[in-house]
Write a protein of this length. Structure first.
Length: 487
């Protein structure tokens, strides 16, 4: 009887896994027309759905995509099946709930990127955080409760400020349409307060220095799949929010406070890169690396006014925003891949400490090849996706200020330092202990996940033109919009 019960439970778990994977793959296939049928010549919203939701308050179910949101939606639908495949054997507790939680999270993330009604955006934004809390709190490590509470407090506090700003904009515009917010005239005082409210909400998610401390704890305690989604997609919500709300809704306040955001971004790039150098936990090292690399996103976005004040070069302004967007997509591939690699090692030795490894290439040569490739992409090696976005932002920074470019370029040294030092200690050298000597190389399932990510990293690095073309019209429209004062 007992054996029969275990057999039935195992069969049920397999069925849940396959059903979840089928749903995730079907979602990815359904999202492909967003790319194939996307009109690259216009900045108007496409694939629009608009229906009354709460008519008394003019709240609508209003969805659409442009050159900013469409690539992020495809990134979400591409990575979710890979997360499920990577978690196939590693999750033992409540497997059905685990896979269902990721599917719910995927739907809410897509809704956040596609929402064009401010209240609908807020509902998706808040609801999206709930599955992430559950993933960390139920399937996380020993300090998962602490990490979950900290993650909740940081994100909830930021969301409250965003809600206040959205309600104020609704009162002024008599509409929750984000596109109506873009056209709403506002005084400088109004713009400054709204900008600060949005900045608090989005800075926590990016995360920007000094509110970045929630990220290492969340990453360390989250299961491998949770770390991948958190780094590869959730962090992009902050950059997307700045592009969708802060710049077009309050352009004058964005211009006024751009030096502050640029300063915080440069601190993240330089200081957090140095913090990553001293980490002994692989997950913490990659988490701090994510903070440093996401600094390029906020830097590229807010360089516009510094470039305008110095050279007035419109292509340079567009270059900075384009670089920030490319960096978001690239970081999704690279950071997701590195966390997948951490998961592969953790599943085998159940430790994240760098000192516990050494000589992995001797027992896992295929895995080592993938990990070195992703490490090179994290460093920004030409030919990989990590090079494209950062190079564009550094070039744009040079048009704004030599010192901005110099400080941003320090990532070429710091990221090489902490990434290559980790690779040296983990992958190369003599076999560190009997545990490493007994490791077995990646199986077909793991090879599929890492292979698809490697292909993505190389494709974007060698041929970024399709992605740049998709967002070009939206970038040009945003540039023309933010340079028009609302005062």
């Amino acid at each position: 009887m007992l054996a029969s019960g275990r057999s039935d439970a195992a069969a049920g778990a397999r069925a849940y896994r396959w059903l979840a994977l089928l749903a995730a793959v079907a979602t990815f296939v359904a999202s492909l027309p967003l790319w194939t049928q996307f009109d690259r010549t216009t900045a108007h919203m496409q694939f629009v759905e608009r229906h009354a939701w709460i008519p008394a308050f003019r709240v609508e179910y209003f969805l659409g995509v442009d050159g900013f949101s469409m690539p992020l939606i495809l990134l979400t639908t591409f990575l979710t099946p890979l997360v499920l495949i990577a978690s196939w054997e590693s999750v033992k507790l409540r497997q059905a709930q685990y896979f269902a939680t990721f599917l719910i999270l995927e739907g809410l993330m897509i809704g956040t990127f596609a929402a064009l009604d401010a209240l609908l955006f807020y509902v998706f934004w808040e609801a999206m955080l709930i599955p992430m809390f559950v993933i960390i709190g139920v399937w996380g490590g020993e300090r998962r409760v602490y990490a979950t509470v900290k993650f909740f407090l940081y994100t909830f506090l930021g969301s409250v400020f965003m809600l206040v700003a959205l309600v104020y904009l609704y009162v002024r515009a008599d509409s929750y349409s984000i596109l109506d917010f873009h056209a709403l005239p506002l005084s400088m005082t109004e713009q400054v307060w709204i900008f600060l409210a949005f900045l608090v909400a989005f800075a926590v998610i990016v995360p920007m220095w000094p509110v970045h401390t929630l990220l290492p704890d969340a990453h360390v305690e989250a299961p491998a799949g949770g770390s991948v989604i958190l780094a590869a997609i959730l962090l992009k919500m902050g950059g997307y929010g700045l592009l969708r709300f802060s710049l077009p809704v309050v352009p004058d306040a964005s211009a006024l406070l751009a030096p502050m955001v640029i300063g915080l971004s440069l601190v993240a790039i330089v200081y957090i890169g140095l913090v990553a150098l001293v980490q002994q936990d692989m997950k913490k090292l990659i988490a701090y690396s994510s903070v440093a690399h996401m600094g390029f996103v906020t830097l590229g976005i807010f360089l516009a006014w510094a470039i305008l004040g110095r050279t007035g070069d419109m292509p340079g302004i567009a270059m900075g925003i384009t670089g920030g967007m490319v960096q978001m997509i690239s970081h999704g591939f690279v950071s997701g891949a590195l966390f997948f690699c951490m998961g592969v090692l953790y599943d085998r030795l159940h430790t994240r400490q760098i000192a516990a490894y050494g000589g992995v290439v001797n027992t896992m040569p295929h895995f080592a090849a993938f990990m070195v490739l992703f490490a090179m992409a994290n460093v920004g090696l030409p030919g990989t996706s990590g090079f494209v976005g950062e190079f564009l932002v550094i070039l744009a920074s040079l048009q704004a200020s030599f010192w901005y470019a110099l400080l941003a370029a320090t990532t070429l040294i710091t990221s090489a330092g902490y990434t290559l030092w980790m690779i040296k200690r983990v992958v190369f050298g003599p076999v560190a202990n009997d545990g490493v000597a007994g490791l077995h190389d990646i199986n077909g399932r793991e090879f599929l996940v890492l292979g698809l990510l490697a292909a993505s990293v190389l494709a974007l690095g060698l041929w970024p033109a399709p992605l740049v073309e998709v967002m070009s019209a939206s970038v040009d429209h945003l540039v023309s919009h933010i340079l028009q004062s609302k005062l």
